[in-house]
Write a protein that binds this ligand. Structure first.
Ligand SMILES: Nc1nc2c(ncn2[C@@H]2O[C@H](COP(=O)(O)OP(=O)(O)O)[C@@H](O)[C@H]2O)c(=O)[nH]1
Ligand SMILES: Nc1ncnc2c1ncn2[C@@H]1O[C@H](COP(=O)(O)OP(=O)(O)O)[C@@H](O)[C@H]1O
Length: 207
């Protein structure tokens, strides 16, 4: 029989555009190679250096709609005029296999996941300041001026939803942010150990 303690953690990482979600996840891949990452579907165009099936599954609007109709997405949301969604089966298979999975998704989608998976671990990555956020998006050099403006105005609304997350992690230094996320994951595993079947059987014996 399996219990929740045998399942992997479903970890949601959100944060405004340019805060460093991608950079932090990329360092975590090296520091914590056991973590699995969900690859989302999106209708936005690939950036230079992005690969289909690795960074995202790049889809047309029609293809994305068909995924919605076939109920293939665990959640989806519109962000700055484009659709983004999490393929359902990969997430379910990963947690069932006892592995921890990270979903790097925006706030509306995160809240939908929270309704379905209240046991998930919800982490919000914060910039050290709004000025720093602006310069990170600008310096990344991937967005038009209009896209930067849209992303920054959405950022303020996103930060308002911080209270719905379990943890806020400031991305001051990438290494420090990764360490904090790893500590959260370790702590969440310890929390779940309390409900492991062998602990229950010990309690029965003591009684
Ligand atoms: N709801 C939802 N949001 C996603 C998904 N995949 C990515 N996102 C979010 O969509 C937003 C835009 O992502 P992207 O276009 O890569 O821009 P970036 O955040 O500036 O790097 C970010 O907040 C991502 O976390 C998904 O499957 N579902
Ligand atoms: N801790 C940090 N300090 C300084 N620059 C950072 C830090 N984390 C990320 N960056 C830079 O900020 C920019 C945005 O990071 P990125 O990972 O693309 O953000 P996101 O995925 O949240 O949109 C990139 O140019 C990245 O190199």
């Amino acid at each position: 029989m399996t219990s929740n303690a045998d399942k992997g953690l479903l970890i949601v990482l959100s944060g405004p555009s340019g805060v460093g979600k991608g950079t932090v996840c990329s360092m975590l891949r090296t520091l914590a190679p056991e973590l699995v990452y969900s690859v989302s579907a999106t209708t936005r165009n690939p950036r230079v250096g992005e690969t289909d099936g690795v960074n995202y599954f790049f889809k047309s609007k029609e293809q994305f709609r068909s995924m919605i109709e076939k109920d293939e997405l665990l959640e989806y949301a519109e962000y700055v005029g484009q659709y983004y969604g999490t393929p359902r089966s990969f997430v379910a298979d990963t947690i069932r296999a006892g592995k921890d999975i990270i979903l790097e998704i925006e706030v509306q989608g995160a809240m939908k996941v929270k309704q379905r998976f209240p046991d998930g671990v919800f982490i919000f990555l914060m910039p050290p300041s709004l000025d720093e956020l602006r310069s990170r998006i600008e310096n990344r050099g991937t967005e038009t001026d209009e896209s930067i403006r849209n992303r920054l105005s959405v950022a303020v609304d996103e930060i308002r939803l911080l209270e719905h997350y379990d943890y806020a992690v400031v991305n001051d230094r990438v290494e420090s942010a990764c360490e904090r996320i790893q500590s959260i994951i370790t702590a969440e595993h310890c929390k779940r150990e309390r409900i492991m079947p062998y602990v229950k059987s010990w309690m029965e014996e003591v009684r």
